[in-house]
Design a protein around this ligand. Structure first.
Ligand SMILES: C[S@@+](CC[C@H](N)C(=O)[O-])C[C@H]1O[C@@H](n2cnc3c(N)ncnc32)[C@H](O)[C@@H]1O
Length: 268
């Protein structure tokens, strides 16, 4: 499909189709790349996330299916969470008006997958996306343009939340969370081909999250939510760091591995 730039139906419909010499050599070049371990997504330049086709390149982490749980969590909280200034009697249009003011920050946006999915699902939300990597932000911007969402997301090259105006309703992140001490347990493809700054957080794996929790504490409005992707290795550490937050919950992914941590900033 990649070599011929066609869909699967075309392959089934044209089993007799021979490759031209040029197509054959492109196919073999792609196979050779794959054989030396390059992830298929970096060869084709594409990965699907939340029903969207995203451009990926070695400057960004390849979006993973388990990160879709982060989106599900935010949507569930956004739907059930009525903002504090909304009275119990408020109904209908006013709830929608207040909800439309929701401000979200996606920290470490990479390909932009989380920010884009939330922009698609929450058409009135104000969305900010940060990354420390200029090259990653370039790809995130290209993905936003590709899905006509470029006017919906404000991109910032910064360290976590530095310089952003506070009072967010949601701070959402899939931060780097692998420890350098567990490097030899990481798949070769990830270690060798995905950006180090996207994967490794420091010796223990919890270093970036530690700073993120403290910055989120300052940048969230009272009652706002922090939603983060984590791994089983650091789940206990994350729970400890969220001491003093409310409604702390760590949900597992489809493999039963602790994956999405959520916590609410106390109301005062
Ligand atoms: C695990 S990747 C996640 C990418 C994307 N959000 C996703 O879910 O696929 C982590 C991202 O955080 C960025 N990052 C690492 N340290 C950062 C920091 N101190 N401030 C902002 N972004 C950072 C990396 O460049 C990378 O794009």
């Amino acid at each position: 499909m990649f070599t011929l730039d066609c869909d699967r139906a075309y392959l089934y419909a044209h089993p007799e189709r021979d490759l031209t010499a040029d197509e054959q050599s492109r196919y073999e070049a792609a196979l050779a790349e794959r054989a030396r371990g390059v992830p298929a997504q970096y060869i084709t330049g594409h990965q699907e996330f939340w029903g969207m086709d995203l451009i990926v390149a070695p400057a960004v982490l390849i979006p993973r299916p388990e990160t879709e749980h982060v989106i599900e969590t935010v949507l569930e909280l956004e739907t059930s969470d009525v903002r504090p200034q909304t009275s119990a009697k408020t109904r209908g249009s006013e709830v929608r008006r207040l909800r439309s003011e929701v401000r979200i920050a996606d920290v470490g946006t990479g390909s932009g997958c989380i920010a884009l999915a939330l922009a698609k699902e929450l058409p009135d939300a104000e969305i900010h996306a940060t990354d420390i990597s200029a090259a990653a932000l370039e790809i995130a911007r290209a993905n936003a343009a590709r899905h006509q969402l470029e006017h919906r997301i404000q991109f910032h090259q910064t360290d976590l939340l530095a310089g952003l105006k506070p009072d967010f309703d949601f701070i959402v992140s899939n931060p780097p969370y692998v420890g350098e001490s567990e490097e030899d347990q990481v798949q070769l493809e990830v270690r060798e081909f995905e950006p180090r700054v996207a994967v490794f957080a420091g010796p223990k794996g919890i270093e970036v999250i530690t700073r993120l929790i403290s910055q989120a504490q300052a940048a969230l409005r009272p009652g706002g939510w922090l939603v983060m992707e984590i791994s089983g290795t650091i789940a206990d550490g994350v729970r400890g760091l969220l001491d003093g937050w409310q409604e702390v919950h760590i949900a597992s992914d489809l493999q039963g591995i602790p994956r999405v941590a959520r916590a609410r900033k106390p109301r005062g």
